[in-house]
Every structure is written in structure tokens, then in C-alpha cells.
Design a protein around this ligand. Structure first.
Ligand SMILES: C[C@@](CO)(OP(=O)(O)O)[C@H](O)COP(=O)(O)OP(=O)(O)OC[C@H]1O[C@@H](n2ccc(N)nc2=O)[C@H](O)[C@@H]1O
Ligand SMILES: Nc1ncnc2c1ncn2[C@@H]1O[C@H](COP(=O)(O)OP(=O)(O)O)[C@@H](O)[C@H]1O
Length: 302
């Protein structure tokens, strides 16, 4: 969502870092470079983290973080928002034209991140934040870069970031950089419920636990094919590390009106797509009552 507000003279641009969900995730091969070739159907929820940026004229990039998952997230240079901002600056202005100029002075910003998504949870919060920073600063600094250039920058920072730059339904291959837009009927507007048992789970150990058995290609020709023959090959290794994922999936499966329930990414967040707004309302309330410690977010697919 793009927006613009004008507090007391300053221009502040806003981007949503849309939550990413893997409707299916097939792991095909462990590669020599330590990554895995995947085939995945990426969709995006209409809400997530929120990033605001205000122009500075001294070249400094500063980040502050608030929101329910701000605690424990470092606002220093390792944060993916600042790594993305610095990469964009270097890409757009690779070298100062002259030594001792104030090169880059106009490319500073105060960045404000509202962290609504749990960290290390399989819904790409950090990747979505980095992608939102690229889209936002591309506008704020008037870089004029197209999506392909922003994806190329994003790819150097994380496998999921190119897809998050686009934030529309995509079939994704390679380690995450090969993107094919998909327009699947009946998908946009579908109600989705995300549930996380409150246990962070790193991506690398889950890939490491994959049994290296190639279970075959992903048929992404229709939602029915994704429901009937799609899988998440990372579910077994994730459940071995976080057994609570089993309880989350059982709970989602048991809700009336579920079209599809599955784990997203490397976990531990699981999702369910629902037939109707009434069905998701009932499920959301029931799960919040029964499991008050679980994180729950409802939205609709973009
Ligand atoms: C599993 C997925 C599915 O969308 O999402 P998340 O669970 O992270 O949300 C992605 O492939 C995660 O992408 P991302 O989180 O950007 O991973 P990166 O930072 O690039 O890599 C972190 C680590 O995960 C492993 N990794 C990642 C991507 C990939 N295709 N193969 C891998 O083996 C590698 O061990 C790598 O060192
Ligand atoms: N802005 C950010 N939001 C979340 N995590 C971040 C951010 N910047 C850096 N990270 C780091 O990236 C790692 C992956 O985070 P995240 O993208 O939330 O995981 P996942 O893709 O599994 O949902 C975390 O361990 C965290 O320390």
C-alpha cells in the first residue's frame, strides 16, 4: 500500500512490508553453494510491517523500531532495512564523482519500522522489510530504478527479497531469484489466517534437516492443483525442531470452512485459507480463545 502524509513540513513516505506466504514449497536439490533449488507458490497478505521514511540532507541513515515485535530486533547496520538502504545508495551512486565532495549527503533518511510480524517465522518479515525499504527509498530519493533493478539489489541480501519487492502472486524457482507472475483465479481476496506458536525458527537449520529426497515438481496451474498435490517439504524438518507446529496444523485443519492449511516457508507460522469471511471470523475467535499465547493474524490475499 502506498501512502503519503505531511507532518509539519516534512515529507514522509509509507510502504507496507506485506507478509509472505508459501502456499506450497517443494525443495528439489541441495546445491554446491549451500543453498537449495526450490519451486514455490508465493502469495502476499494485504498487511504486515509498516515502514515510514523521512528525507535527511546529511547523508545519515537512522532506523527506529516500534510495534509488538520490536523487542530484541537490532536497529543497527545489520538490520535488513539498513542493509537494503545502504545497498540501494551504493547501486544508484556507486562512486563519488569527486573526492571531498558531500557525495551522498542528500541520500539520508530517518526510517521508522513498525514490527507487526514475528521474527524468524517463515513469513519473510525481514525480507519484506528490506523490499519495502528498497521501494520506499527508490521513491524518496527519486532513483528511478525499475523492479528488475530493485530485485537485483534484493537478491544480494536474501533469497526471498526479490519476490517481496514484487509482493504479488508468483511462482518462484532457483534459490528464490527466478520469478514468474501468476494470475490464479479465485486467489486474490481469499481470507487467510496466520498462526505462530510463539517459537522463532531459523531458516538455515530447517533446510539442513531436509532429507534430500526429491519428491517432485510443483503443479501451480490452479489453486486446486496446489491444494491437492502441493506440499511443504520443509514441514518435516521444521516439526522435528518445533513439535508445536503439529498442534497448530491440527487446530487449523479442524476449523470449518478451510480450503487449505499448511506451514509457510521454514516455519513455524502456519496458515489456512478460508471459504468465507464468516468462516475465518469464527476460526480466528475460537483459536484466540483456546490458545491465547499463539500469535494470530487475519487478512486477505493481494
Ligand atoms: C524458506 C523460505 C521460503 O520462501 O522462506 P523463509 O522461511 O525464510 O521465510 C526462503 O527460501 C528462505 O529465504 P531467505 O530467508 O531470504 O533465506 P536467505 O537469507 O537467503 O538464506 C538463509 C539460509 O537459508 C538456507 N537457504 C535459503 C534459501 C534457499 N533457497 N536455500 C537455502 O538453503 C541457506 O542455508 C541460507 O544460508
Ligand atoms: N527488519 C528485520 N525484521 C526481521 N528480521 C530481521 C530484520 N533485519 C534482520 N533480521 C534478521 O533476519 C532473520 C530472519 O528474519 P525473518 O525474515 O523474520 O525470518 P523468516 O523469513 O523466516 O520469516 C532474523 O533472524 C533476524 O535476526
Amino acid at each position: 500500500m502506498l501512502g503519503r502524509v505531511r507532518p509539519a513540513g516534512a515529507v514522509v513516505l509509507i510502504e507496507t512490508a506485506f507478509a509472505k506466504v508459501n502456499l506450497a514449497l517443494h525443495v528439489r536439490r541441495r546445491r554446491g553453494d549451500g543453498y537449495h533449488d526450490i519451486e514455490s507458490l508465493f502469495v502476499f497478505v494485504d498487511s504486515g510491517d509498516v515502514l515510514r521514511a523521512e528525507l535527511r540532507d546529511d547523508g545519515v541513515l537512522a532506523l527506529s523500531i516500534d510495534g509488538p515485535f520490536a523487542a530484541g530486533l537490532d536497529d543497527g547496520p545489520e538490520n535488513l532495512v539498513l542493509r537494503a538502504a545502504n545497498s540501494l545508495k551504493l547501486y544508484a551512486w556507486p562512486t563519488p564523482a569527486l573526492a571531498n565532495t558531500d557525495w551522498g549527503a542528500q541520500f539520508g533518511a530517518n526510517l521508522y519500522l513498525t514490527k507487526n510480524l514475528p521474527v524468524a517465522s517463515g513469513i519473510g518479515g525481514g525480507s519484506a522489510d528490506a523490499a519495502a525499504a528498497l521501494r520506499l527509498l527508490n521513491r524518496l530519493w527519486r532513483c528511478g530504478l525499475d523492479d528488475a533493478a530493485l530485485c537485483a539489489i534484493g537478491e544480494t541480501l536474501g533469497s526471498d527479497i526479490p519476490a517481496c519487492v514484487i509482493s504479488r502472486t508468483l511462482r518462484v524457482e532457483g534459490r528464490g531469484e527466478a520469478l514468474a507472475p501468476l494470475d490464479l483465479p479465485r486467489l486474490a481476496g481469499t481470507p487467510i489466517l496466520l498462526i505462530n506458536p510463539g517459537i522463532p525458527l531459523g531458516t538455515a537449520p530447517v533446510f539442513k534437516g531436509w532429507d534430500q529426497h526429491d519428491r517432485g515438481t510443483l503443479d501451480s496451474s490452479s489453486l486446486a492443483a496446489i491444494i491437492d498435490s502441493g506440499r511443504n517439504d520443509l514441514e518435516a524438518p521444521a516439526r522435528a525442531l518445533v513439535p508445536e507446529i503439529g498442534a497448530v496444523l491440527d487446530t487449523l485443519d479442524a476449523q470449518p470452512g478451510v480450503l487449505l492449511s499448511r506451514m509457510s516457508g521454514s516455519g513455524a507460522t502456519c496458515f489456512a485459507l478460508f471459504r468465507s469471511g464468516a468462516d475465518i471470523d469464527a476460526a480466528h475467535q475460537a483459536i484466540r480463545r483456546a490458545y491465547p499465547d499463539w500469535w494470530a493474524m487475519r487478512g486477505t490475499l493481494r
